[in-house]
Design a protein around this ligand. Structure first.
Ligand code: SF4
Length: 228
């Protein structure tokens, strides 16, 4: 270094805490059945009573953005889902999403609806969970996220446990005109807690343009298996 020159600023790497990074079959949404790489980020500020991802609340391993992108490239799948936990709770996730979109991956964001999607890369496709009353977290929905949904690419999901959740879902679908605003409205039963035939009847008789969503991966590998 020449005399009088300021020291070079240290290069700081963008890091993210990751619970799992794996390739599998997409189990949910209208993309179900497609090969997909999953980046499951650690941490969630919510505590839905039926949460099936509690193992993401803590732990995880730190990876740099470059390391994550290199692993995603190695899996050789065009479809990539950023999920959690709540993936948008780590602010660095927004940069990861942008970088993956720059590389022309088809990027899905599975978000619990608590963090604003306002600064999300517009190329990413949002699958937005709306929390129903039986989750215990309905008060924490950021309703402005529903107004940002785009008909050509975004989907909205209601996990339902009982009739109260079903009535709530119908009310929100009407209030936010979700049939006009989204590519798909997914009604997903909480695993093992809903009579599927009864739910199918409600959906079939609703007159709404919605769909029953079963979690394909749980039927293939079982509800307790992670990273598949
Ligand atoms: S938002 Fe998702 S990860 Fe977080 S508690 Fe609810 S179900 Fe679990």
């Amino acid at each position: 270094m020449c005399a009088g020159q300021p020291p070079a600023a240290p290069i700081t790497k963008v890091m993210l805490r990751v619970t799992e990074l794996f390739r599998s079959i997409q189990g949910e949404s209208t993309h179900a059945g497609r090969p997909c790489t999953f980046v499951r980020l650690t941490g969630c500020p919510m505590r839905c009573v039926w949460c099936d991802s509690e193992y993401t609340f803590s732990g995880g391993e730190h990876f740099s953005l470059e390391e994550i992108i290199a692993k995603v490239r190695d899996f050789n799948c065009n479809l990539v889902e950023i999920t959690g936990g709540e993936p948008l709770a780590q602010k660095e996730a927004f940069e990861l999403i942008q970088r993956l979109c720059d590389e022309e991956f088809e990027v899905l964001i599975e978000t619990g609806g608590y963090v604003s999607t306002a600064n999300l890369d517009q190329r990413a496709k949002v699958i937005l969970d709306v929390k129903c009353p039986a989750s215990g977290e309905a008060e924490r929905n950021d309703w402005s996220n529903l107004e940002r949904l785009r008909r050509d690419r975004d989907e909205v999901k209601f996990v339902v446990v009982d009739r109260g959740d079903w009535e709530f879902a119908k009310e929100i679908i009407a209030r936010f005109q979700l049939q006009e605003r989204t590519r798909a409205i997914l009604i997903s039963p909480a695993w093992g807690q809903v009579d599927l035939q009864e739910l199918a009847d409600w959906i079939a008789g609703s007159g709404l343009n919605i769909r029953l969503q079963l979690q394909l991966h749980k039927y293939i590998w079982g509800p307790e298996v992670h990273g598949v």
